[in-house]
Design a protein around this ligand. Sequence first.
Ligand code: ADP
Ligand code: MG
Length: 487
Amino acid sequence: MTISTQSIQPAIELADAERDQWARFKDRLRSNAGEDVYSSWFARMDLERIQDDCVYMTVPTKFLKSWIQSHYVDRVLACWQAEAPGVKRVELSVRTAMRVAAPAVKGPQVERRPDLSAARPPAEVRNTATAPVSASHDALGGSPLDPRLTFATFVMGRSNTLAHAAARQVAEGRRGDSVMFNPLYIHAGVGLGKTHLLQAVTWAGNSNPERKVLYLTAEKFMYGFVAALKSQTALAFKEALRGIDVLVIDDLQFLQGKSTQSEFCHTLNALIDAGRQVVIAADRPPSDLESLDDRVRSRLAGGLVVEMGSLGEELRLEILKSRVSAAKTHHATFDVPMPVLDYLAKTITHNGRDLEGAINRLLAHSKLNATPVTLEMAEREVRDLVRPMEPKRVKIEEIQRVVARQYNVSRSDLLSSRRTANVVRPRQVAMYLAKTLTLRSLPEIGRRFGGRDHTTVLHAVRKIESLVAKDLSLSDEVELLKRQLQE
Ligand code: ADP
Ligand code: MG
């Protein structure tokens, strides 16, 4: 195999040592960046290989790549260097379905890669499977759909009953029906089934020939849809929208930029006013979409806002079972014994994507080595998917108390409007910690810091983020505070 083919092959098997380093790197990055930032930007980053002094990683979209490069590359590098001092560079590339489905990269290594779903048909198959909707969907610039993400494969549990019912209702609506809740806004953390549910709505809606459901990621909305709209006249814009019965937008938290926002607002209003359904998913509630302006946020909050909670153990078990039976349709001899399923459901607690990854690894491993799946093999194969205990929930008062003690000021100083240097910095640190260690929104944090505006909090967070990246002693101080708070 030549070097050049290697560099485009994503399917290099990671050595155990690399896998361990990767797991430690991710833990470090997670605690350094905070859970929110981590899950928004890094949860879908994968390690491709480590070669010489460079770490090669992949992300699923161009947008994530450029965002991480422009905002977090130093931090990513620093976290790597803390694990592997020899690392001098990090490289990010975009992984695509085509890359893995290309005939040239067939072979054992391909199957070994965790997120190459063996249960997922290759891209060519997917395209044929999307044929019934693709004509109208593609013409309008829709994002690709995964034929596996339908209502039939969506497992219901306590955490998603309401979201599922609302999505079903939307999917079954008919042209001209009055719209019950608009927009339908579903939010949940990474890997909890948002995309699955939204694509299920799209598939189901489009099975009705007189309805058009358009599924767009926020990224696609920004770079494709908006551009297409801008090149048309206002009349053509209205005309294009008239053709859409349901607009589905995924990962709204990635919508950025003033002009995109105003196009988004315009589209949203036009559709809602025309009685068309809008369905949105994001990783946080509308009130926490800090970059959106108030008008858009209140419009979003004005429909039905549903949260999907974390997947309970029972639900995880059911999802695993359904993954195994899906895999069996392509690999008849594959089986995962019940004790292994129980083990996976108990230990892989974080998200659905890891559940899928686990099954894929077991499948790859058992096919490659022609051995049945055992508990021992499972423990070894999914080691890095098992997360340490969830960090302790931290309270804002606690943060204020610990920071005040550390910097020798009083808690009321932190809440006061005093602007002397000896209180400004501690206050910023405390706000930064409140943002990174709790799930509170910026406005909420502002309120808890003596009624400050959310932009003040945002400024503080950015300020400390940028200082921490440069100033080692501050970075240590902040690390220490975090540790104290999380103990
Ligand atoms: P999100 O968009 O919220 O990050 P996804 O919809 O991509 O999450 O889900 C991640 C993985 O978990 C997918 O493979 C999805 O099919 C699976 N998954 C999540 N929730 C469910 C569910 N309730 N039933 C079946 N599969 C699920
Ligand atoms: Mg998603």
